[in-house]
Write a protein that binds this ligand. Structure first.
Ligand code: C2O
Length: 344
C-alpha cells in the first residue's frame, strides 16, 4: 500500500504531548472539504534557487518583503507563516491518519517519505511567497552548508531587523562561525581548515560512500498502514539532523526552534536548510553509479500529501510528480561541490 494522508483525519499531534509537555497539540491546517488532485502547471517560468550567501541586496529585499507579508497574515490563513510552520508539526508529530488505516498516524521522517514530503512542502511555501509579492519567478535561497563560504548561517537570516530573523537560535553559533556537520553537544568542534576538511568528509561519505543505492539514500520503505520504520537515509541522518540541533537555541527546553520537529518550521532558516537537503537529491542523481536513481516502487510513487497551494486550494500531491524539479518549475544555482574530491 502507498501512504496517502487522510485530510478528514487530522487530529492532535500525537507525539507532541508524549515527548514534550506541550498540551496544545493542534497543528492541523484550516479544514476544507474540497480537495483536488494537483496537476503541475505547464509552461511556468523557471525559478532558480540561489545559494543564500551569494544572493544580492535586491533579492534579499524581495524575500524580506514577502516574509513580512506572510508574517502579517491572520494566523488561520493558510498562507500565514504560522500555518506554514504548523505543516511541519502536523506531518512530523503524527497528526494525520493514513487513508484506509484509521488510527495509523503518519510521520514523514526516518523513511523514504523524507525527501518527497519536504520537497512538496518547500514548493508551496515558495509559490505562496511569490504570490504574495506578485512574482511567479521568486525562488527561495538555499543554505549552501556544503561549501566553505556557505557554512555560517547566511547573513540575511542573521540580520536582527529582518523578518527572516528568528531569536530562538543558538547565540554561540552566529556568523561568521561555520557549521560543524559532525556537531554533537558533548564534543568540541574543530576549527579553521580542519573543520572544513571534516565537513567535506561528512559530505563525501553521506553522498557517495554511504548512498550507493536508492534505499540507502532515501531511507527505508514506509507503506500505508505501517508504523514508522526508523530507517532514515544517509543525508537525513547526517548532516540534516546536526544542522537542526546546531541552529536551535540550547537554552530552550526543546531546543526550539530548529532543534525539534514541532517548532522547526517557525524559523525561516528551516526552509533554506531543507532547500539544500533537497538540492542533494538532485546532485545525488548526477553522481556516477548505475543505482543512483529514484525509487521505482509504486507504493513510494503513489504516496501522497496535502497542502494549500498559492491559490488557497487544498491539493493532494503525489510523490511521482516531484521526482523532477524542472517539471516543478525550479532548479538550483550551480556552485562547485568542493567535497566531491574528498574521498577518504
Ligand atoms: Cu522535517 Cu529537517 O525535518
Amino acid at each position: 500500500f502507498a501512504a496517502p494522508v487522510d485530510a478528514t483525519k487530522c487530529g492532535n499531534a500525537d507525539t507532541l504531548p508524549t515527548c514534550t509537555n506541550i498540551k496544545d497539540a493542534n497543528c492541523c491546517p484550516p479544514p476544507n472539504p474540497n480537495i483536488t488532485d494537483y496537476v503541475l502547471p505547464v509552461n511556468q517560468p523557471l525559478r532558480v534557487r540561489p545559494a543564500a550567501q551569494l544572493a544580492d541586496n535586491k533579492y534579499i529585499e524581495k524575500y524580506n518583503k514577502a516574509m513580512k507579508i506572510m508574517r502579517s497574515l491572520p494566523k488561520d490563513h493558510p498562507h500565514s507563516f504560522a500555518q506554514q510552520a504548523a505543516i511541519h508539526c502536523a506531518y512530523c508529530d503524527s497528526a494525520y491518519e493514513m487513508v484506509g488505516f484509521p488510527n495509523v498516524k503518519m510521520d514523514v521522517h526516518f523513511s523514504w517519505l523524507f525527501f518527497p514530503f519536504h520537497r512538496w512542502y518547500l514548493h508551496f511555501y515558495e509559490k505562496i511567497l511569490g504570490k504574495l509579492i506578485g512574482d511567479p519567478t521568486f525562488a527561495i535561497p538555499y543554505w549552501n552548508w556544503d561549501s566553505p563560504d556557505g557554512m555560517p548561517i547566511p547573513a540575511m537570516f542573521a540580520d536582527h531587523n529582518s523578518p527572516l530573523f528568528d531569536k530562538l537560535r543558538d547565540d554561540n553559533h552566529q556568523p561568521p562561525l561555520k557549521i560543524d556537520l559532525n556537531y554533537s553537544k558533548s564534543t568540541p568542534s574543530p576549527v579553521g581548515d580542519e573543520l572544513i576538511q571534516a565537513n567535506y568528509k561528512v559530505m563525501y561519505n553521506q553522498m557517495v560512500s554511504s548512498s550507493k543505492t536508492p534505499e540507502l539514500f532515501f531511507g527505508g520503505a514506509y507503506r500505508g498502514g505501517e508504523a514508522q520504520v526508523k530507517a532514515a537515509g544517509a543525508i537525513e541522518n547526517q548532516p540534516h539532523t546536526q544542522l537542526h540541533i546546531w541552529t536551535g537555541d540550547p537554552e530552550q527546553k526543546y531546543g526550539e526552534d530548529m532543534g525539534r520537529f514541532f517548532s522547526a518550521g517557525r524559523d525561516p532558516l528551516f526552509y533554506s536548510h531543507h532547500a539544500n537537503v533537497d538540492r542533494m537529491w538532485n546532485i545525488w542523481k548526477t553522481l556516477p553509479g548505475k543505482n543512483r536513481k529514484d525509487i521505482d516502487d509504486p507504493d513510494w510513487l503513489d504516496s501522497a500529501f496535502l497542502f494549500y497551494d498559492e491559490n488557497e486550494k487544498l491539493v493532494r500531491v503525489k510523490v511521482r510528480d516531484c521526482v523532477d524539479t524542472k517539471k516543478m518549475g525550479y532548479v538550483y544555482q550551480d556552485v562547485p561541490l568542493p567535497w566531491l574530491g574528498s574521498r577518504p
